[in-house]
Design a protein around this ligand. Structure first.
Ligand SMILES: [Zn+2]
Length: 127
């Protein structure tokens, strides 16, 4: 028996210049990270494989910010400044979607786990 196809979900930034679609597990694991960046933005990470994510709007609408190792590409909307998804250092083959930027009707059930991003190297071993 194969499981039924997962529903396509949508999300994006505040102004609509950045929109995307994706599929994920339901319930989905979500990471609540305490690193210097996530603590300030309240970002909640729902990580999906790259192939389960599709940007629907132009990549031109995105600006990229990097810090520390530069491995993570923090992409945010040039117009409204909202970071609705980005390319995380912890999952090089994945996309991290901000749970808070998923359309309300499309939000999966979630299991939120703490990620100790302040102590990134040690925390990564446990995920
Ligand atoms: Zn925007």
């Amino acid at each position: 028996m194969s499981s039924p196809p997962k529903p396509i979900r949508h999300g994006g930034c505040h102004c609509g210049a950045v929109r995307f679609e994706f599929v994920c597990d339901d319930p989905a694991q979500v990471l609540d990270c305490n690193c210097s960046m996530c603590a300030k933005t309240g970002y909640l990470h729902l990580i999906v494989p790259k192939e389960n994510f599709k940007l629907l709007t132009s990549a031109e609408a995105l600006a990229t910010y990097t810090f520390n190792t530069g491995a993570a590409k923090h992409t945010f909307c040039k117009v409204c400044g909202i970071k609705s998804f980005y390319y995380p250092r912890s999952h090089p083959d994945g996309i991290s979607i901000n749970l808070r930027c998923i359309d309300e009707a499309d939000r999966p059930e979630v299991v939120i786990e703490k990620f100790d991003g302040k102590n990134w190297e040690a925390a990564r071993e446990r995920v």
